[in-house]
Design a protein around this ligand. Structure first.
Ligand code: MRU
Length: 352
């Protein structure tokens, strides 16, 4: 199928990377130029680029930029310095496994290349570009596989999603929003409901923006309205993305996903997770082992320059939660949609 969406959050441009500045959307659609690995690390940390697969693509280019910064012809010295850059990039965000997956793929490429340092650098750029283009195709396959498991009744569905698992969070097209896009293309979608997604509002700002770009009808609700909407029969399916999936099918995704899954279960609304195989961490037996990022409490108590809470208050700001496998109807991947317990059959298909 052709690409209908033209939003590419990470673009390689001659000798630099252009990132859509996601902190400025929806009010400003601007790009940040990244010319060195250190700045790529900062862009990931500060969420100029965010979303598990997009972070992986950005980190891959960050690795290449880092490789070009290394001034030696000696292979061993080059690999040692490249490992230091990998370590810096690994420390940016802990939960999305695509970051670690992409860095591991870049390191393996470097170790397996037998050429000169200049040749290794050239192969690293090609590998980063491949990770980028593969993710785009993967998302389109996820979108189309999602069509096979969405409820067949009614003809036109209302899909609720959380956070932003769209083109902005991937190389383009999206995972959860990839399913939405494919449903829209096939005339199977009535409307998207987007949870605003406190505290950073990726749903209100980014998912809503993407839908508007494409003319997909979208209704933004606060996170606490989901149960009420389901009780009213307004939601036919929930589709969300993932930051890391454990071998048993437990899914880490944006904070609030777990409560959404519980609410969906209570109302008999199917709950789908859409994610590429690169999001599955077969090394972890259950979601309890997934590291959960904690972010600056200012994300909770500050809106712009306005402080919302009285002095003397404590805060807890986990950026992700873990939805147990038993609450998930199916995990939609580029190789098809399966029950969480069947995920293990994909292990040999995963490119590490
Ligand atoms: O903190 P973020 O904005 O990087 O979190 C993003 C999410 O939780 C997405 O749902 C997830 O990365 C899937 S993106 C296809």
């Amino acid at each position: 199928m052709s690409i209908t969406n033209q939003v590419y959050p990470v673009i390689w441009n001659q000798d630099r990377v252009l990132l859509i500045d996601q902190n400025r959307l929806p009010n400003e659609y601007t790009f940040v130029e990244i010319t060195c690995s250190e700045d790529m690390g900062q862009a990931i940390k500060t969420m100029i680029v965010r979303g598990a697969p997009a972070i992986g693509v950005a980190a891959a280019y960050g690795m290449y930029l880092g490789a070009t910064e290394i001034q030696t012809e000696n292979r061993d010295e080059f690999l040692t310095k490249l490992e230091q850059i990998a370590q810096m990039l690994r420390q940016t965000r802990p939960t999305a496994v695509n970051l670690f997956w992409a860095i591991a793929r870049m390191m393996r490429t470097a170790y397996e290349s037998i050429g000169t340092v200049a040749e290794i650098k050239a192969i690293l750029l090609k590998t980063a570009q491949t990770i980028n283009s593969e993710d785009l195709q993967t998302c389109q396959a996820i979108g189309d596989n999602g069509l096979k498991v969405l409820p067949s009744n009614p003809d036109k569905l209302t899909i609720l999603t959380h956070c932003n698992a769209g083109a902005l969070a991937t190389a383009g097209y999206g995972t959860a929003l990839g399913v939405v896009r494919s449903a829209w293309r096939e005339g199977r979608l009535m409307r998207v409901f987007a949870d605003e997604t406190r505290p950073r509002l990726q749903g209100a700002k980014l998912t809503a923006w993407e839908c508007v770009q494409e003319g997909i009808p979208v209704t933004v609700i606060t996170d606490s309205m989901a149960a009420h909407c389901m009780k009213q029969g307004l939601i036919h399916a929930v589709v969300v993305g993932a930051d890391r999936i454990a071998a048993n099918g437990d899914v880490a995704n944006k904070i609030g996903t777990y409560s959404l899954a519980l609410v969906a279960k209570a109302h008999n609304v199917p709950f789908f997770v859409a994610a590429p195989l690169s999001t599955i961490d077969f090394e972890l037996s259950s979601g309890e082992e997934i590291p959960i990022e904690e972010r600056d409490p200012a994300e909770i108590y500050k809106v712009g320059d306005t402080i919302l809470t009285p002095a003397g208050v404590d805060f807890y700001n986990p950026a992700f939660d873990v939805t147990p496998a038993e609450l998930i109807s199916a995990i939609i991947t580029e190789h098809g949609a399966v029950a969480p317990a069947e995920l293990k059959h994909f292990r040999e298909k995963q490119l590490v």
